[in-house]
Design a protein around this ligand. Structure first.
Ligand code: ARG
Length: 461
């Protein structure tokens, strides 16, 4: 049982079947740099507490530096016999600095406090990376919004024409949820920035090591308040998986619209060649695969979150080996977004909008009927009656296959005495959009303010 972290109390080594089940190096090896950083901080704490001489600390840290360099070179690899990243690295350290010194490192720590700490370090690092990618996507959306300042599109509810809105307003409605996701990442990071190191297996250490010094050396704000909680809790992992799933869902909703907009029937956007795919049989095809993969992968991100929550439900305190199952889902969510977001951002940044087509469709489906009703309200008609009059006008036009501004003055008057010719002033999509100038509305000046506010919010995160 050479190199194992345990074994003395066992008469026999582990069966091959147990070893195969237990082994986690195929996924936790990516935590090696964090494990090494933790060991460096731990070695210093051991020295401060008097368990290592200054010279031993120096040799230990030099050995850890060599392991790290060879990991970064891709040379350092776990052996088949290694159970996990912690055991593999201890074996490799001992091979480097010798058993006398290497054997001292494990004092006062457990794989339980180690893994809880390394997981957080990994998430905090990737959380920052994903945050930057989300900012790039928000920038791409904002850029498209500012390049299409006056463009008007059909706004929809129930996927039916509802009221005309600015394209920029609609695009920014996809950016705000992503800004909130950035805030979620920031808020989560403040909670996750607490170090489990020093909690030991569950009860803390008797060796007088300083968990605060370790926490600070590893970039955490402070050590955990409760050693049991520190080693057993995984809500920080679940919360991170949730934020990643929410990012996936927010991206997926925009993806779905790109897919629709890119159809012949909508004809709102054209995809850049570099961000669309062809068909192996139909030569004419140009498919929105990035958007479809975004939609598909959001399901996978949700699965990772729900799987993780199911693992945690009902687990007694403190550490249980079930907790090893927290790694793969979150690693997968991280890898999924890190490959998806740059492609998706490229697709959004290079979309071409057919604003003429959007403007042509914007007034169709009687989408200015609300403008007629609100114009009547401004003339002093109670909204209940205004709604009736506008509805009657829609019916009149629909039966004749004409638009709301087509009837003659007499025809208007026949529908209702309230409908004077002045109503025509609100029957343009520009007039409709410009009139919605309340806070958060789609009027051009409000949308310009909104874009500035959004840019400010992102800068402040
Ligand atoms: N590999 C484990 C995990 O990922 C950490 C090791 C703890 N093992 C143990 N037997 N206490 O959670």
């Amino acid at each position: 049982n050479t190199g194992a972290l345990w074994g003395a109390r066992f008469a026999d080594g582990p069966s091959a079947e147990l070893a195969a089940l237990s082994r986690s190096t195929h996924f936790d090896w990516q935590l090696a740099p964090y494990d090494i950083a933790g060991s460096r901080a731990h070695a210093r704490a051991l020295q401060t507490a008097g368990y290592l001489t200054a010279d031993e600390l120096e040799r230990m840290r030099a050995g850890l530096d060599r392991l790290e360099a060879s990991f970064l070179d891709g040379v350092l690899q776990p052996a088949d016999s290694d159970e996990d990243v912690h055991g593999a690295l201890e074996r490799l350290l001992i091979a480097d600095v010798g058993p006398e010194l290497g054997g001292k490192l494990r004092a006062g720590r457990s794989r339980n406090d180690q893994i809880a700490t390394l997981g957080r370090m990994h998430m905090l690092d990737h959380g920052r990376r994903i945050g930057r990618m989300v900012i790039d996507l928000v920038d791409a959306i904002s850029q498209q919004a500012s390049e299409h300042e006056g463009a008007i599109m059909p706004g929809r509810t129930h996927l039916q024409h509802a009221q005309p809105v600015l394209l920029a307003h609609h695009l920014l409605a996809h950016a705000w949820p992503l800004v909130r996701d950035l805030e979620r990442l920031r808020d989560w990071a403040a909670r996750a920035g607490v170090s489990p190191y020093g909690a030991g297996a569950l009860a803390g250490s008797s060796l007088g090591l300083d968990p605060t010094a370790i926490a600070h050396e590893l970039g955490f704000d402070r050590p955990a308040d409760n050693s049991i909680d520190a080693t057993a809790a995984r809500d920080a992992v679940a919360e991170f998986a949730f934020v990643l799933a929410q990012i996936g869902i927010d991206v997926s909703r925009l993806a779905e619209e790109v897919i629709l907009w890119n159809t012949k029937e909508f004809g709102f956007v054209r995809l850049h060649d570099a961000f669309s795919t062809g068909s192996s049989i139909m030569p004419q095809k140009k498919n929105p695969d990035i958007a479809e993969l975004a939609r598909g992968k959001s399901g996978r991100l949700i699965g990772n979150l729900t799987g993780l929550l199911a693992t945690l439900k009902g687990l007694p305190l403190a550490y249980n080996r079930d907790l090893q199952e927290d790694k793969e889902p979150v690693f997968d969510s991280v890898a999924t977004l890190e490959v998806l977001l740059p492609a998706f951002t490229g697709m959004i940044a290079t979309l071409t909008f057919d604003t003429d087509r959007m403007a042509e469709l914007a007034p169709q489906g009687f989408s200015l009927a609300t403008d007629v009703a609100e114009w009547l309200v401004r003339q002093g008609v109670p909204f209940r009656d205004a709604h009736e009059v506008s509805g009657a006008l829609v019916r009149y036009c629909e039966e004749r296959g004409i638009d709301l501004d087509d009837p003659t003055d007499d025809e208007y008057a026949a529908v209702s005495a309230h409908l004077t010719p002045e109503v025509r002033a609100v029957l343009t999509i520009e007039g409709s959009v410009a009139s919605r100038r309340g806070v958060g509305g789609t009027a051009p000046e409000r949308v310009a303010e909104q874009l500035a506010a959004l840019t400010r919010s992102v800068r402040e995160i």
